[in-house]
Design a protein around this ligand. Sequence first.
Ligand code: PLP
Length: 454
Amino acid sequence: NHPLSNSQRRDAEALLHPYANAVALRANGVQMIERGEGIRVYDETGKSYIEGLSGLWCAGLGFHNAELVETAREQMAKLPYYHLFTGKSHETAVELAEKIKELAPGRIARVFYQSSGSEANETQIKMAWYYNNALGRREKKKIISRVKAYHGTTIVSASLTGLPYNHLDFDLPVERIRHTSTPHFWKGAEPGETEAEFTARIVRDFEEMILAEGPDTVAAFIAEPIMGAGGVIVPPEGYFSAMAEVARKYDILMISDEVICGFGRTGQWFGAQTLGYDATSYSMAKQLTGSYLPLSAVGINEDMAEVIEKHTGEIGTFGHGYTYGGHPVGCAVGIKTLEIYHRIDAPGRVRALAPRFAAHLDRLAGHPLVGEARHTGLVGALELAPGKSPKGFATPGKLGPRLAQELLERGVIVRPIVDSIAFCPPMVITEEEIDELFAPVEAALDATEAWAKA
Ligand code: PLP
């Protein structure tokens, strides 16, 4: 314990932090981040860090893009706020929706806005319920998510999330939410099981769950293309096409949560394209505005749009919406962000950088402390494991945070997830900067190993 700085003390007196142990934070003091530039942020002492997780997997264009700043300023001056309620609309909301539709030809027919990823998934579930009510299928309401999924933190989105810290202490999940198996071969395979056999078993788990619940009671399956906050879990080849086929067989909507994977992160505009499936609807947030402003969107296909638009319901309206949904400044920044992604060819850039990124992770997988390296595009993770065993540590969640701390001291910010550390750098990173990002990892692993032995 060291004495807290003035700003750390003020923080402790003023803020309750998300997903934090307040007592530990108070004792150690938070790290105050003051400014950003390119892929780096600077703390209040002036020390610089490579932001290896783009903040929260979101600042795809880095931390000081002058065009986005100027766009926000101009829109603020022209129309700082308006809404889409009561028969009103505005140009930026329409134009951004058109641009999103262009990225997903034939997949997205209509766009609905919110401010966050959690709200986008909340909207998704309400839409799935509304859609089934419109079709007279009042019992078809259960949603199947997955163990280790992360879909947000509001009551329903936290219920969809398949992580214990979102449920315990909050009496969640709510009714009608189920969680099927995680497609993590390295961890989940039974002895002697091939990847194809594992995949078939996981898909069978899903189908058996549907049959046990009753197909007429299951409305939707929701999934992130690559599970992010659950540990960057890349599913085996063929997993998603098989899951989508099962969903189709029982007339179950397929919701793709693209909050992390959307807008180039995996090397295509949407993670669903990289993973080879078609969804009925898509959740988008984070990189939609480069995270310069909070904005999220749900894109639905033609069939859903038609059913929802034609349904007059009990009260004659689709009774759902947010004050800040489609905020003009957020939408203007979103339009500019997409323009920049097109200019730099964000998906192509990610595909070009991915081999360098992957090579570093694969090389580090040779370290005695690393059990598995996982990656797709510019998102990846290293999982620490004793003797490289997928069974993990007897006391989980100690070495991952320690490694993140060792890296922080060496000027790199990453995200510990139990005993994994996740990497998701801004998509504007260069090859040389990828080398810089990974340069201290080996020494940090050695230091973590020494710490564990001590
Ligand atoms: N969905 C996914 C895949 C996410 O990773 C997150 C946040 O990390 C969310 C939803 C929730 O987004 P938000 O924190 O903006 O509510």
